[in-house]
Write a new protein. Structure first.
Length: 84
């Protein structure tokens, strides 16, 4: 599991998108968890990166509990999918 934390605008989402693509190229099974439920459009932005990289993403609606998103993602059946 990779947890990405940082202040607004430092490039977290971009870096996560790039990492997801690289890990996918390494034949890793990647699952993104969109736990920034606070900032407007954060989830659609990460979803676009997931689509570009061709990896799965778990998200909930804006304003939901970030911990619930992480819980959902960590509860996925295949432990190899646990890359955030
Ligand atoms: N020059 C440059 N810009 C970047 C880089 N990574 C992200 N950005 C830009 O910085 C802005 C914020 O990036 P974002 O990934 O949304 O940041 P987040 O708020 O931490 O998720 C966007 O306009 C990105 O295109 C980088 O490595 N170099
Ligand atoms: Mg972001």
């Amino acid at each position: 599991m990779v947890l990405v934390i940082g202040v607004n605008g430092v490039g977290k989402t971009t870096s996560v998108g790039k990492l997801a693509g690289q890990l996918k190229d390494m034949n890793k099974k990647v699952l993104l968890a969109a736990a920034d439920t606070f900032r407007a459009a954060a989830t659609p932005q990460l979803t676009e990166w997931a689509n570009r990289a061709g990896v799965d993403i778990i998200s909930q609606q804006e304003g939901s509990d970030p911990a619930a998103v992480i819980y959902d993602a960590s509860a996925q059946p295949n432990p190899e999918t646990a890359t955030f």
